[in-house]
Write a protein that binds this ligand. Structure first.
Ligand SMILES: Nc1nc2c(ncn2[C@@H]2O[C@H](COP(=O)(O)OP(=O)(O)OP(=O)(O)O)[C@@H](O)[C@H]2O)c(=O)[nH]1
Ligand SMILES: [Mg+2]
Length: 402
């Protein structure tokens, strides 16, 4: 009897345990669904904040677009961009080496080559070098923006050497013109872009100039040059006028893995520049490149602001380079800009951009004379690696052709 009671009790316990399991498994089935495979980017987030799109979605029970019954099969027309994959796979570019870039890009100078180099050679090859011809030579130089003083010097020297030479072959004339142009461009000037880090401090470069000359593009191209040379770079987006300006710089940086320090739109450019150098110091980067907003040299307030950016950065350490970016196609106006910028911030080097789009390559000579500062880099196109170190001999060779 006792045994019978015991058996009944065991049976009841076993049945109870089994039904508990079933209920448990049912409960499990009722748990919320696992998060959807792809983030639902179609519904607005409750509280958007910075970096939102980089996070996994917080509302995990939200349905994906595939699960939502849309009338008329509308779901099929909504394309989901592959946001997650884009963010997870950074594709870094490998910039071209810098050596020999001017030689590679020499054909980009063809407009100056035709107007200046070939023009001069043709004139000098005339049988009779009379006054009229010398005047034409002078005009050719002035039209190519060489500037009055350098033109006079060059013509005087050419006249003298041609006279001494007497009869002359085209080859002799080419050699003579080459030598004199190189002398005029200044082969002895130090054109090294100073980016060497010192103890506890990165190399600091600031890029300045009027609107649209190519500052941001040049900063981006320069970052590539440095990365190609094995340097680590931090970019400072001290153009806070437009959010798009910081985006533009950041895009350049992302292509080669350089981080961009940016501030709020309309914020203080000096503090962004300061923070960029601070970050460069903290992470031990080799170089910090600071892009600034385009400013008209005639606007005193903006020029004062530029002076402040420089002074604030110098609380960290002196700047190694202040590069003035000039658009070669603007000619004489570039010289006026150069003068004003040089007064506000000490310019240490000039970048002449858009030399590919002008016949006025002589501006190289004029602007160096104006400031007594060397042209260090030249822009020869919109391509990412179309920035070349300026080499007087290669430049003159490109002008007068082979
Ligand atoms: N052909 C040619 N175009 C260039 C060169 N450098 C820059 N550009 C173009 O010039 C335009 C202006 O360049 P940006 O770098 O935005 O100029 P910016 O000085 O930063 O302009 P702001 O910030 O608005 O003052 C862009 O379309 C560039 O692609 C160059 O060497 N050759
Ligand atoms: Mg810019």
């Amino acid at each position: 009897m006792d045994i019978l009671i015991l058996a009944v009790v065991i049976a009841v316990v076993v049945i109870g345990a089994l039904s508990g399991l079933v209920v448990g498994s049912r409960r499990k089935k009722q748990l919320p669904k696992p998060p959807p495979a792809a983030p639902d980017i179609t519904a607005p987030p409750a509280e958007p904040h910075v970096g939102e799109e980089a996070e996994t979605p917080r509302d995990e029970t939200r349905r994906t677009i595939e699960e939502v019954d849309l009338p008329d099969g509308g779901g099929a027309t909504v394309a989901e961009p592959p946001v997650v994959e884009e963010l997870e796979v950074p594709r870094l570019e490998v910039p071209e080496p810098t050596a020999g870039r001017l030689v590679r890009l020499r054909s980009r100078l063809s407009r100056s080559q035709n107007a200046l180099g070939k023009g001069l050679l043709t004139l000098l090859s005339r049988e009779h070098l009379d006054e009229e011809t010398w005047e034409e030579i002078e005009d050719t130089l002035l039209t190519a923006d060489v500037g009055v003083q350098p033109t006079t010097e060059l013509v005087d020297r050419l006249r003298e050497r041609v006279r001494v030479l007497g009869t002359r072959t085209p080859e002799e004339l080419r050699t003579l013109l080459r030598e004199e142009l190189i002398t005029l461009v200044g082969p002895e000037m130090d054109r090294v872009v100073r980016t060497e880090p010192a103890t506890g401090k990165p190399g600091i470069v600031m890029v300045v100039g009027v609107n649209g000359t190519g500052k941001t593009t040049t900063t981006g191209k320069l970052a590539r040059v440095l990365v190609a040379d094995g340097r680590s770079v931090v970019l400072g987006a001290a153009d806070t006028f437009r959010a798009a300006a910081a985006d533009q710089l950041q895009t350049w940086g992302e292509r080669v893995g350089a981080h961009t320090v940016r501030g709020p739109e309309g914020g203080d450019p000096a503090s962004v520049a300061f923070d960029a150098v601070k970050e460069g110091k903290e992470i031990g980067s080799d170089v910090v490149l600071i892009d600034t907003a385009g400013r008209l040299h005639t606007k005193t307030g903006l020029m004062d602001e530029l002076g402040k950016v420089k002074r604030v950065v110098e609380k960290h350490a002196p700047l190694d380079e202040v590069l003035l970016v000039l658009d070669a196609t603007t000619g004489q106006n570039g010289l006026i800009q150069a003068r004003v910028f040089a007064e506000v911030v000490d310019i240490t080097g000039i970048v002449l951009t858009k030399l590919d789009g002008t016949a006025k390559g002589g501006i190289v000579i004029a602007v160096q004379r104006e400031l007594g500062v060397p042209v260090k880099l030249i822009g020869l196109g919109e391509g990412a690696d179309d920035l070349a170190p300026f080499e007087p001999e290669a430049f003159v060779d490109a002008l007068i052709g082979d």
